[in-house]
Design a protein. Structure first.
Length: 323
């Protein structure tokens, strides 16, 4: 598996990945995008920002990058960077299918993405991804599985995904929503010819939303690579948005609140890769200080008080505006 390359890496940041959701398209649900991105979020400006972030991430030891078909032109920007940076041959590349970007490059679009986990959608989107990333695609994930997703019972889709896995591309899935744990366990039970289909799981886990933790621990124990997304709760755990306890611990350690939020996730023994969703090089640099933080029992107890009920957390996330 490509993630074996990460396991051999020795830099403190090798298990932090860069997610491109915030820079591959002009609209997203993190706050302060008017402050973090250029005034004119045209294609060239976001291409330049994506390449800047990838340069900074690679130079600082990051070795996993995460994209998706629905992240606007993220795959395109990433493919251009990979072509221009042959020295980055050790960067592990993941992408996702299952949502189609429909935002027409407008932050105020009525609908930004449309979900479809059917076989035809996979065939179309995999062809699109392959045209851009070719043999640099290490991991292809079903995007945002829920426990009621038809993809969990679609044997034809499973067979096709198994064919992709047989060519050397790792097959995984991401989960979303208050029932993440149920979706994770259901997906890990999917087999083709007696063998587990999915070899990676990507899920939300952060100081506010910890409900998927036990299922992710089970996945890790079963040999499945665990990737954590939304470690900063779409901006709720960073900067001035962060709860007081995160900022206090950060002040004690001389770090920003976002590094504290990432450090909490890195502290989980089952977390193989934790994604930074930075939109600026300054944010990325702050995120990458997370491995320096020592989280002893007292700090962990203080952070545990932040946990919300999953239903409340996901209701809040659904209410976040695209901007």
């Amino acid at each position: 598996m490509p993630f074996a390359r990460l396991n051999r890496a020795t830099t403190p940041t090798s298990h932090i990945g860069l997610g491109l959701a915030a820079v591959g398209r002009p609209g997203y649900i993190t706050p302060h995008r008017d402050r973090d991105l250029p005034d004119d979020r045209n294609v060239e400006a976001l291409r330049a920002r994506t390449h800047e972030l990838l340069d900074a991430a690679y130079a600082q030891g990051v070795r996993y990058v995460d994209a998706a078909r629905s992240y606007g032109r993220a795959e395109e920007f990433l493919a251009e960077w990979l072509t221009a940076r042959p020295e980055a041959a050790d960067m592990v590349v993941g992408s996702k299918w299952g949502y189609t970007y429909t935002g027409d490059w407008r932050p105020d679009a009525e609908t930004h993405e449309v979900k479809d986990h059917g076989l035809a959608a996979f065939e179309r989107q995999h062809a699109e991804t392959a045209a851009l990333l070719g043999d640099r695609l290490d991991l292809y994930q079903v995007h945002s599985l829920t426990a009621d997703s038809p993809a969990l019972g679609d044997k034809d889709l499973h067979a096709r995904l198994a064919e992709l896995a047989a060519t050397g591309t790792t097959v995984g899935f991401s989960a979303s929503g208050p029932g993440q744990a149920d979706a994770i366990r259901a997906a890990l039970a999917v087999t083709v010819d007696g063998e587990p289909l999915f070899r990676t799981v990507q899920a939300t886990f952060n100081a506010l939303e910890t409900s998927a933790g036990p299922a992710l621990a089970e996945a890790h124990e079963a040999g499945v690579t665990v990737i954590v997304k939304e470690a900063m709760a779409n901006g709720r755990l960073a900067g001035t948005e962060a709860p007081a306890v995160l900022r206090e611990i950060g002040d004690e350690a001389g770090l920003d609140a976002d590094a504290v939020a990432l450090a909490l996730v890195l502290h989980q023994p089952w977390a193989d890769v934790v994604l930074s969703g930075a939109a600026t090089a300054t944010q990325l640099a702050a995120n990458l200080h997370a491995p320096l933080l020592d989280l002893g029992p007292d700090r962990l107890d203080r952070l545990a008080a932040l946990v919300e009920e999953p239903e409340a957390y996901w209701r809040h996330r659904a209410s976040l505006p695209w901007s």
